[in-house]
Write a new protein. Structure first.
Length: 320
């Protein structure tokens, strides 16, 4: 397997080399660059599968949420492996039960699962942007030294932040409050929506593909946000329907309409923009315990992977 959770230090460069390695090893994974961050890092997007319907997964919008990017890569690898293993076995025709003394259930179950993954990736193409904010990711792990552009570096240094808590991009903007939507409000003079490269890159992807469902993975809280006050009752009914399915798979709690945004905060989240512009499902999934400290312990990777790896499989069954 390409993705290894035991590398405690996992940099942006490691991430990009993993993305390249995945696309080399698996025919079902391709990758493209959808834009550049303000500190000139590539924003990578994987394309997994062959289907005409699109599902989009995004992660790493907030710098300090360092677990989800590598977890999403491992999920891509998991599905690519099942898919290609199915094709391989189909070709050599050894799918039939060969030894009846072995537990039949044990032999058939993995085969049925692989077959379902095959169908899933024939029907859907999964677009995956595991790390939308590579600068923020590096700043949260390594401080202002991670910023190459000296103007940006000095600006961040002057702010003297607690780097482990850094949510923003390298210009100090929260990407998840930068999307033009009905609940967006400027925080200070001169703020405008979609001002950031990372925001623009995601908006372009939204408009380029006809995406059936969008999930944005954040941390913390082991919960699912689905309610959208700017949208119709019918829209929210569908959101709740999907959220309940994802709750069953992950064990995460649902955040109801009271929790859509915190008191005094503004909208402008990725999911707000997507819901309002395309009228299609968009949910935020919060991984990792609510009381986890930043920097997040790398041991959360394996747990989070087990919790969310079947989310895609479940979505596939909902005929979106
Ligand atoms: Zn977040």
């Amino acid at each position: 397997m390409v993705i290894d959770f035991d590398r405690e230090n996992y940099t942006y460069e490691d991430f990009i080399s993993d993305v390249e390695a995945l696309s080399k090893k698996y025919n079902s994974i391709k990758y493209v660059t959808i834009g550049k961050s303000h500190d000139n890092r590539d924003i990578a997007m994987l394309r997994l599968g062959m289907g005409k319907r699109y599902i989009l997964f995004c992660g790493g919008v907030h710098g300090r949420e360092t677990i989800n990017p590598i977890v999403l890569l491992k999920i891509a690898e998991y599905y690519a492996y099942q898919y290609e293993d199915y094709i391989k076995h189909k070709k050599i025709g050894n799918q039939r039960i060969t030894d009846i003394t072995v537990n039949i259930k044990k032999q058939y179950e993995p085969m049925i699962f692989k077959r379902c993954v095959y169908e899933l990736l024939q029907t859907y193409t999964i677009l995956m942007i595991p790390l939308l904010n590579p600068d923020g990711y590096m700043i949260s792990l390594y401080g202002h030294y991670a910023v190459n552009n000296s103007t940006l570096q000095n600006k961040i240094k002057k702010m003297n932040p607690n780097y482990a808590e850094w949510k923003y991009n390298s210009r100090g903007i929260d990407i998840n409050r930068n999307f033009p939507s009905r609940l967006w409000k400027p925080k200070k003079q001169g703020d405008y929506a979609a001002s950031e490269n990372e925001t623009k890159a995601l908006i372009q992807v939204f408009h380029h593909y006809r995406i059936r469902c969008f999930l944005d993975f954040h941390s913390r809280g082991k919960s699912i946000y689905y309610y959208r006050s700017s949208m119709s009752e019918g829209y929210n009914r569908k959101q709740l329907y999907i959220a309940k399915h994802l709750k069953n798979i992950t064990g995460y709690e649902l955040n109801d309409y009271n929790n859509e945004i915190d008191d005094g905060d503004s909208g402008g989240n990725t999911v707000h923009y997507f819901s309002e512009h395309f009228n299609k499902p968009a949910l935020t999934i919060e991984t990792v315990d609510e009381d986890a400290d930043f920097p997040l312990d790398y041991k959360y990777r394996a747990k989070t992977y087990e919790e969310i790896k079947l989310v895609l499989f479940e979505l596939g069954g909902l005929s979106l």
